[in-house]
Design a protein around this ligand. Structure first.
Ligand SMILES: Nc1ncnc2c1ncn2[C@@H]1O[C@H](COP(=O)(O)OP(=O)(O)OP(=O)(O)O)[C@@H](O)[C@H]1O
Length: 472
């Protein structure tokens, strides 16, 4: 039997006092159990006070966290974009041409259209401050702003009671909201209140074609850029005329309405005067709007509007690219103030002689592709015909300019290709149609396509030579 006097394997609780006695002696004073020698009332009081303090702490923490939540800007979900209401903190400095997101992908605003509150737009434009004004048009000022995620926008504040009424405003919103194309400025959102009407566009970072062509002290815009802009804006307009349902007539095509990104990619802007047209309608009679110097004669005189009015205006833009002149320039000698009237006979001469020196912008110093110059001159001559029916369609103009099937990307020199799925057979057929419908026919008129009705005439010098050579 063991010393404990129990059989082996049987459980026995450790003898407490025996263990304590076996411990080494401690130098610390012996611990006294909590409450030892304290009256029971004190113990209960302390416990209740502790409980109350814990409750109070919990309450304070809850209040603070709620306040923190309220101080953060409320997030409003818009489709897939979350836009903080008022984002002045993220507003970028207005003094630098930082790369715009729209430079890299003009589609990224797609799906983000939204109805903004006026306060939100106050927030993103720094309270519509003067330093954020980026331009001013006939209808009001344009401000730069920044959305919560840093993307820049152009906020166009329309004068209430100005030229554009609420009806036009809503029509513009309705039109633009349907449009998505790399060569058209995208509408991001809008705001309508009793006293305010605003449109929010993607910000296009490199100013307008007008600025680059006619601005003071700027480097000469080289020919490849001009060609690229002509092709891009023709493509954008073609989209409005041909691919939108119902079709859209812009009505105010001008170089100030062609915005450029950093890569000189053109984006047609300002659909404030655009109207929807039905396919069944041949024209939309409406009050005359547009810009002097660009307006088609029939539109200016009668308000008769067709897609060929845009074609005429686009012809004036092409003339600006070719000549570097403004559509109306009062500093020019008497009789030469109007670009169209000055250029008409020169276009004929240039095409007859294949010599473009008189018509080409002197600041280009003959640095252009003659083939491309010829294409642009032919297109301009056809676009500004008096006869509405003899003007080409925008799709024809675009294809005649982009005849190689793709514009040269100035940034890396690669061909971009047509952005729509026309096969090469269709493309050749269209070019042929273009020749038959437009330019070649007009070579048989006295004025190279500039006569009103296109009556048969003696024809151009080049055509006369060809006919003579062919024995006709
Ligand atoms: N989306 C945009 N991105 C960058 N700048 C813009 C944008 N929209 C307009 N701007 C700038 O604001 C200026 C004024 O634009 P707006 O469209 O109001 O007038 P406009 O087209 O020159 O004239 P109007 O509207 O009278 O025909 C433009 O010339 C351009 O410099």
């Amino acid at each position: 039997m063991p010393a404990s006097g129990r059989p082996p394997g049987s459980w026995q609780s450790p003898p407490g006092p025996a263990v304590a006695r076996a411990s080494p002696p401690s130098l610390a004073p012996p611990a006294r159990a909590l409450g030892e020698n304290l009256p029971i009332g004190v113990i209960v009081g302390v416990a209740v006070a502790g409980f109350l303090m814990a409750l109070a702490s919990l309450f304070i923490v809850a209040c603070l966290s709620d306040r923190g939540k309220k101080q953060r800007p409320p997030m409003r979900k818009r489709g897939t974009m979350v836009v903080p209401a008022g984002a002045p903190d993220s507003y970028p400095p207005s003094n630098g041409p930082a790369a715009s997101p729209s430079d890299t992908n003009s589609y990224e605003f797609t799906g983000y259209k939204s109805c903004f509150t006026y306060d939100e737009l106050v927030g993103i434009t720094g309270g519509f401050s003067a330093q954020n004004v980026i331009g001013e048009g006939g209808f009001g000022k344009v401000y730069m702003g920044s959305l919560g995620d840093g993307r820049r926008v152009a906020v166009k504040q329309l004068k209430v009671g100005g030229g554009q009424g609420e009806k036009e405003f809503r029509a513009e919103v309705d039109i633009i909201s349907r449009i998505h194309h790399r060569h058209l400025v995208t509408l991001v959102g809008y705001c309508v209140t009793e006293n305010h009407r605003l449109l929010v566009y993607e910000f296009v970072s490199n100013d307008t074609l007008e600025h680059h062509l006619h601005g003071e002290g700027l480097p000469v815009m080289d020919w490849p850029k001009r060609m690229k802009i002509a092709i891009g804006s023709a493509r954008g307009l073609t989209y409005l005329h041909e691919d939108c349902h119902p079709r859209i007539i812009h009505r105010d095509i001008k170089s100030a309405n062609i915005l450029l990104d950093k890569a000189f990619e053109a984006k047609v802007a300002d659909f404030g005067v655009a109207k929807l047209t039905n396919d069944s309608m041949t024209h939309v009679s409406t009050r005359v709007m547009g810009t002097f110097g660009y307006m088609a004669p029939e539109y200016a005189s009668s308000g008769k509007l067709t897609d060929r009015s845009d074609v005429f205006s686009f012809g004036v833009v092409l003339l600006e690219l070719i000549t570097g002149r403004k559509p109306v320039d009062s500093s020019q000698p008497l009789g030469e103030e109007s670009l169209v009237e000055w250029a008409r006979p020169l276009l004929v001469d240039a095409l007859e002689t294949d010599d473009f020196r008189e018509i080409a912008d002197p600041s280009l110093e003959c640095r252009y592709s003659k083939i491309e110059m010829r294409r642009m001159v032919e297109a301009a001559a056809a676009c500004i015909r008096h006869s509405v029916t003899k003007r080409p369609r925008m799709v024809q103009v675009w294809r005649s300019l982009d005849v190689d099937g793709g514009s040269t990307d100035l940034t890396n020199g690669v061909k971009l290709g047509h952005s729509t799925a026309y096969d090469s057979g269709q493309y050749s057929a269209d070019i042929e149609l273009f020749r038959r419908m437009g330019f070649e026919d007009d070579l048989d008129t006295a004025e190279y396509g500039l006569s009103d009705e296109g009556e048969p005439g003696p024809g151009s010098g080049r055509q006369r030579q060809q006919r003579t050579a062919a024995g006709r």
